[in-house]
Design a protein around this ligand. Structure first.
Ligand code: PEP
Ligand code: MG
Length: 757
């Protein structure tokens, strides 16, 4: 016989829950009161809360109807019994005759064998199961949809209560909550430091404190207003291209727009509010329903879209609480480790550098600009760490190991100790590098190398002295433009370059003209949205079409280097003619300054970056015009392999040690030799000892890298006998073996010669 509940129950329950949450109660009292209210209003004989522990057990935390002595004593394995099944599946179960279910398991200590009907829902937050909430009746009852909804809403209230840390003190010693469980995650190492600190979520998750509405009409208005402002902000993001972090970012923004306009979403949100929730709770509810629907799909595309949808829901929540933008203001801990799904370079620069210790991303690639900035800032960075955003809460202790790509969330004390040792060991290794700082970068067979560093911010400059770099091989001038809110005027640019030169203290600095566009967006420089920004209107293309920009910068550089040598190179040159036009601008500016009696650079050396493969077939003509070339291997690689440098899925697919790429690089070095003009390589591979070994082997003698890489690369070179390496590598490249064979052979070579790589 099936009995039915009444509809009034769930509605009254929502009201009562609001009151219970507002009362000042201890955590256990509040849980007890919640289960009592559920049982009373849903007319159930049993209501119980199980909490997931770090050891994978579900512990009974509160009950109405089962044996009260079982609370904090009875535990279930995840996966065991109906409760365990809900925890693993993340799905509700509604069973009129639960004892017939194959997963049913008796728990004699609770005295539950007399109950037949069963309704259980997972307690979840941000896709994570935190516990299970159950009601039971003796009769064979089918619970109504409204009752299921009421129970799910209550589970949300509980999830927020757990996430706010309210039940932490109820845990018996040694039986910690799963919410606080240590987690080790594996990603890809992007910046070799080790960072110990505390999580700061880049897109902070909102803790919803009011779940049940007092005034539904008011909540509907709030929801509509927040939706409208969300749509505007997404349109604005797209129009400005701001926040673009890398190639994938635009796709994400497009997805945001699609979801933000989605009528079904709006309808579901309004329905949830009409059913008694606050606007915030409605967003969470609809989001967790969507997660349930989509989350279990194997399709990677759909799962990505779910991430987009999560981001958007989070943005909507922040609109609702009136904190739409940005991570935080002045609340950064001293040892902040930023955790984000993805991030643009400019966004990382928004943080107070003094307080940054690390960065963890769910996406990204080692040559994406945000990773380059992380290295320049000298912080640990690990990317491609799945699910880290949903597992971490702001304030959690975290260790980021940029050497191995491991991330330890809420690490146990032995791991913390091991890392403290590792950091000490690293410091010792740094000391060893320091000892060779003033030694030349020369191989055992007497070949000299020039090791330069990449820079872009004034804060980088002390590294020049500390690392013993011979100079700056690539000064990314656009970083100064990215960290300010309006276009720097000529005198500001000049003052900046003067400071750079002063800090360089006579060591040579190669400036690169503004490389904006693509993924390097200046918020104040509005540009058309582009389908393929990396191959779009960027770098020297933009500079030649907007000569005023380039002229201003060139004039600032010429003045800043008054009486000295200016070394300047142009990014993304595709045709020799572009270089010539850029050179003409420099010459005109020089003449102009001379005519007006202004002090300017005494000598000017101009170069081009080799980043576009088309230049490989114009090397003779190009060398005839330039004073030097610098290979931007990050871009050259992405264009040669037709493989977005910021795309997570492609990050390790193609190897720069492939004979195809090495042949291209060798050709540039050979031509440089033939024309008697210097060639430098300033992409990220220059700073990786094994890759640098290969570059040495194919003829590169000047490499520019992040300052932290100078010590390891110099150590490698000083242990190297170059002659045999060049021979061996030539054979491998000419034979066209696979990239992994090149890697293996190089490693074996390094091992045999005892070269640390
Ligand atoms: C490169 O492309 O290799 C390079 C050095 O420039 P950026 O990384 O700034 O694009
Ligand atoms: Mg480049």
């Amino acid at each position: 016989m099936a009995s039915r509940g009444s509809l009034a129950g769930p509605r009254v329950l929502m009201r009562r829950l609001r009151e219970v949450m507002a009362e000042s109660l201890g955590a256990q009292e509040r849980l007890d009161e919640i289960v009592t209210q559920i049982a009373a209003n849903m007319v159930t004989e049993v209501c119980s809360v199980y909490v997931l522990r770090a050891d994978g057990m579900l512990e009974l935390y509160a009950t109405r109807g089962l044996n009260p002595d079982a609370v904090h004593k009875v535990t279930l394995n995840v996966g065991r019994g109906l409760v365990g099944l809900i925890a693993t599946s993340g799905r509700p179960l509604n069973l009129p005759d639960s004892q017939k279910h194959p997963a049913f398991a008796y728990l004699p200590e609770t005295g539950e064998e007399i109950y037949h009907s069963f309704l259980g829902v997972p307690i979840m937050r941000a896709g994570r199961t935190l516990g299970v909430l159950v009601v039971q009746n003796r009769s064979y009852r089918t619970y109504l949809d409204e009752e299921l909804e009421a129970l799910e809403t209550t589970a949300m209230v509980l999830a927020e209560m757990f996430a706010a840390g309210e039940i932490e003190d109820l845990a018996t010693p040694g039986a910690d909550l799963d919410l606080n469980r240590p987690v080790q995650l594996t990603g890809a190492a992007f910046a070799e430091d080790i960072g110990l600190g505390h999580v700061v979520l880049h897109e902070p998750r909102v803790v919803v404190t009011q779940m049940i509405a007092e005034d539904t009409d008011h909540e509907l208005k709030r929801l509509d207003a927040a939706m409208a402002s969300l749509r505007l902000s997404v349109d604005d993001l797209l129009a400005r291209g701001a926040e673009a972090g890398h190639g994938e970012h635009r796709e994400i923004l497009e997805a945001y727009r699609m979801f933000a306009q989605d009528r079904g979403w709006t309808r579901r949100l309004r329905e949830a509010v009409e059913n008694g929730l606050t606007a915030e709770a409605a967003v969470e509810k609809v989001q967790s329903d969507t997660r349930l629907r989509v989350g279990r799909q194997a399709d990677a595309f759909l799962r990505d879209r779910l991430h987009d949808f999560d981001d958007l829901a989070n943005r909507l929540l922040r609109e609702l609480i009136g904190r739409p933008h940005g991570p935080l203001d002045g609340e950064l801990p001293e040892d902040a480790i930023i955790v984000a799904r993805t991030m643009g370079a400019a966004e990382l620069l928004d943080y107070d550098r003094e307080r940054l210790r690390g960065l963890v991303l769910e996406e990204g690639a080692p040559t994406s600009h945000v990773a380059i900035i992380a290295r320049a800032l000298d912080i640990a960075c690990v990317g491609q760490v799945e699910d880290v955003v949903s597992l971490a809460e702001t304030g959690d202790p975290i260790i980021v190991d940029g050497e191995t790509g491991l991330v330890h969330l809420r690490p146990p004390s032995d791991i913390e100790t091991a890392y403290a040792d590792k950091v000490r060991f690293q410091a010792r290794r740094q000391e060893q590098y320091l000892q060779i700082r003033d030694e030349p970068a020369v191989t055992r067979d007497g070949v000299d190398f020039e090791l330069l560093m990449n820079a872009g911010l004034l804060m980088d400059l002390p590294h020049l002295e500390e690392s013993g770099a011979a100079g700056i091989g690539l000064f990314r001038t656009e970083l100064q433009f990215m960290v300010v809110s309006s276009f720097p005027r000529q005198n500001e640019q000049q003052a900046y370059y003067e400071q750079v030169l002063e800090a360089a203290n006579g060591k040579p600095v190669t400036f690169r003209s503004l490389d904006v566009g693509g993924d390097k967006v200046l918020p104040y420089l509005r540009s058309q949205a582009e389908e393929n920004p990396a191959m779009g209107w960027r770098a020297i293309r933009l500079g030649l079409d907007r000569p005023a920009l380039l002229k201003t910068q060139v004039r600032a550089l010429l003045k800043a280097t008054a009486g000295r040598e200016l070394r300047l190179m142009f990014p993304m040159v595709t045709e020799v003619g572009e270089f010539e036009r850029a050179r003409a601008i420099v010459e005109r500016e020089r003449a102009h300054l001379a005519r007006h009696g202004h002090a300017a650079a005494e000598t000017v050396r101009l170069g081009a970056m080799v980043e576009v493969p088309a230049l490989l077939w114009q090397l003779d003509e190009l060398f005839a015009k330039v004073d030097f070339l610098s290979v931007g291997s990050n871009d050259l690689m992405q264009f040669m392999m037709a493989s977005d440098r910021g795309n997570t899925r492609l990050a390790t697919r193609f190897d720069p040690l492939s004979p195809a790429f090495l042949r291209a690089l060798r050709k540039i070095a050979d031509k440089g030799l033939e024309h008697g003009k210097p060639v430098t390589l300033c992409g990220e591979i220059a700073g990786r000892p094994l890759e640098a070994l290969a570059l040495a082997g194919i003829g590169y003698r000047a490499l520019s890298m992040s300052p932290a890489a100078i010590g390891p690369v110099k150590t490698m070179l000083r242990a190297l006998e170059l002659g045999p390496l060049s021979e061996r590598l030539a054979t491998l490249i000419d034979e066209g073996v696979s990239a992994s064979d090149v890697r293996t052979e190089l490693r074996a070579f390094a091992e045999a010669q005892r070269i640390p790589v």
